[in-house]
Design a protein around this ligand. Structure first.
Ligand code: BES
Ligand code: ZN
Length: 611
């Protein structure tokens, strides 16, 4: 069973074809978990989760099972109802500690009583004022890449899949939701039962608790949000059912039954996170005009690439993200047409150029196949997996033709559903099922194992962006700008316009544009990000933009946005201003954003919590 974590039958001895895993202590060939039963309570006063985790395990004549754990307080462990010995190994700053439990070859269940600690990295506990409604506290988890082990002792490798159930006790006035079958209403006593019957890797176990309610968009899609966000979210995501149908027509059935989105408070560190059945999303995706909803298409696409066919290790991250960006673009094309999808593709193409420039001193980081051993996968994963991964797949599509490529991808998802994929295994599969079959020679190895972009890259063009380039040129060269010609511009055109300002752009030119267009006060988070970056690059201080930047950084915790702006401070030698803002905004960020920005700004908190 190559790379597949699901035993056919529980009693049968399963030997994993487990590829070397740099980020987990688990040894699944000795013993592995295949089902988890969580019985926990969420304590907002003390900011801890505590309870019991019971696991069904499969052993291969082993006398021990090893789980991953980080910053957890393990109280006791039982094996088939009897107390058993356990030990926590040395703490590694990135991986945490191996939790080794004594079992016999016949052990079927282990039970761990534990609690989380204040150092738990996956959890962000929010005060009422950090939420949309500002009246109740909120909690959410972020598992990817290796943080689930900081709130549940678990075998935290993408190669090990498990089903789960959970009983979660929360304060009576709050609702709990998970990456599982979810409630549609609050319960009276604050106790929620969950079941995830499809096997998933640990990084996809997720929980959110807040003053939530649910609104269905279709029978199988809908949104969870706080009251003040609900109508906006509902309108913004009203095309969700169409997205799921389009995705199914492309690459096969949606097997997770339900596709809901939860709108989290603004400190959520990602745009979106593809937790199965329930995508976690930033509120910054809500622009009022559906203009940023490709993010929803992206997380939906992960229901195939990532959640069904999962990267074997974080070195193969592009297997999740590259395929997902490709699939995202195809969904967007199906819904809104090729012209729109090509704008998105060109933005990705420019992101790729920018990332190659950022990484020019570390060319190995621009390969699709990574080597993250000894590194925190959260630091090592950059946008190469997304944008070079996309360009590779688009180039393949254009080389073999769309029909062939679609048939190939559909088969790929079907044949590898609920299993994992290494880069090497994909290459073999590609050779056998697409390239050799059609007698096509293709430089796959160069795309995957060499830095930079190969010569045969697909060339992406957009008439809309050419027009934007022309208008920008006219403004720069002839100081001509007619607002009228921009009246139908999408935010993508605005983003393209703004991020292509020449280095020679003057403060006066920035001011002229801002006076005409009021970009400083844009309500679209993407436009805000690129405009603020340019304000910093060009030393523009009009319209109170500095206060706006500070407000943005202290209210939004989405790592990509925050990092882009702090990088601009740093690049423009404005470290003092950056640190002043960061001291204020840091307490509002989730640990993954904190870590990235601490490293970027060389920030050392006074009272360092050892993580
Ligand atoms: N799975 C990722 C988020 C992620 C990646 C979390 C690596 C932890 C480690 C998610 O699908 C994603 O890619 N989100 C993007 C949005 C997307 C539209 C590119 C984001 O958060 O910006
Ligand atoms: Zn993604």
């Amino acid at each position: 069973m190559s790379g597949c974590a699901q035993p056919k039958e529980k009693e049968e001895v399963v030997v994993y074809s487990y590829v070397e895993e740099p980020h987990s202590y688990a040894r699944p060939n000795n013993a592995f978990i295949n089902h988890l039963n969580l019985d926990i309570s969420v304590d907002f006063d003390n900011e801890i989760i505590k309870g019991k985790a019971t696991y069904d395990i499969v052993t291969n004549n082993s006398t021990q099972i090893i789980l991953d754990s980080k910053h957890l307080d393990i109280e006791s462990v039982m094996a088939d109802g009897k107390e058993t010995e356990f030990s926590l190994g040395a703490n590694d700053k990135i991986l945490g500690q191996p939790l080794t439990i004594t079992i016999t070859k016949d052990t079927k269940k282990i039970e761990i009583t534990y609690k989380t600690t204040k150092d738990t990295e996956a959890l962000q506990w929010l005060k009422p004022e950090q939420t949309a409604d500002k009246t109740k506290p909120f909690l959410f988890t972020q598992g990817q890449a290796i943080l689930t082990r900081t709130w549940i002792p678990i075998q935290d490798s993408p190669q090990i899949r498990l089903t789960y159930e959970a009983n979660v006790q929360v304060p009576k006035d709050l609702m709990a939701v998970m990456s599982a079958e979810n409630p549609k209403e609050k319960t009276e006593n604050g106790l929620y039962h969950f079941r995830m019957k499809q096997a998933i890797p640990a990084y996809l176990i997720a929980l959110a608790v807040g003053d939530l309610s649910y609104k269905a968009i279709s029978e199988r899609t809908g949104v969870y949000a706080e009251k003040s966000m609900h109508n906006k979210a509902f309108d913004e995501f009203s095309d969700m059912e169409k997205m799921v149908s389009a995705a199914e027509s492309l690459y096969g059935d949606y097997v997770w039954e339900q596709f809901d989105v939860i709108v989290l408070p603004p400190s959520f560190p990602f745009g979106g996170m593809e937790n199965p059945r329930l995508t976690f999303a930033t509120p910054t995706v809500i622009a009022g005009d559906k203009s940023l909803t490709s993010l929803i298409a992206h997380e939906l696409a992960h229901s195939w690439s990532g959640n069904l066919v999962t990267n074997s290790t974080w070195n193969d991250f592009w297997i999740n993200e590259g395929f997902t960006v490709y699939f995202e673009m195809r969904i967007m094309e199906a819904l809104y047409g090729k012209e729109y999808a090509d704008m998105l593709a060109l933005i990705s193409r420019q992101d790729l150029d920018d990332e190659l420039t950022n990484l020019k001193d570390t060319p190995n980081a621009t390969k699709l196949k990574l080597n993250l051993k000894g590194k925190n996968p959260d630091d090592g994963m950059n946008s190469i997996a997304y944008d070079k991964g996309y360009l590779f797949l688009r180039t393949l599509e254009e080389t073999v033709g769309r029909d062939q490529f679609d048939a190939f991808l559909k088969q790929y998802f079907k044949e590898h559903a609920f299993s994992t994929m290494t880069t090497e295994k994909f290459v073999t599969y590609l050779n056998t099922n697409l390239l050799e079959k059609n007698k096509i020679s293709f430089n796959t190895d160069e795309w995957i194992n060499q830095p930079g972009i190969p010569q045969n890259q697909a060339v992406i063009t957009s008439e809309k962006f050419k027009n934007v380039d022309h208008i920008l040129q006219e403004f720069i060269v002839e100081s001509k700008f007619d607002k009228e010609v921009t009246k139908d511009w999408t935010p993508q055109e605005w983003v393209h316009f703004i991020r292509n300002f020449p280095a020679t752009m003057t403060v006066e030119q920035m001011k002229t544009l801002d006076d005409i267009l009021n970009l400083t006060n844009s309500s679209n988070s993407y436009i805000q990000m690129v405009w603020y970056e340019q304000a910093l690059n060009h030393d523009y201080h009009g319209k109170n933009v500095d206060a706006k930047i500070e407000e943005f950084l202290t209210s939004v915790g989405r790592r990509w946005y925050v990092e882009t702006i702090f990088k601009a401070f740093k690049r423009n030698n404005k470290m003092e201003d950056a640190l002043k803002i960061y001291e204020k905004s840091r307490p509002n960020y989730h640990s993954v954003t904190v870590k990235t920005i601490d490293d970027l700004l060389g920030f050392e908190p006074e009272e360092e919590v050892i993580k």
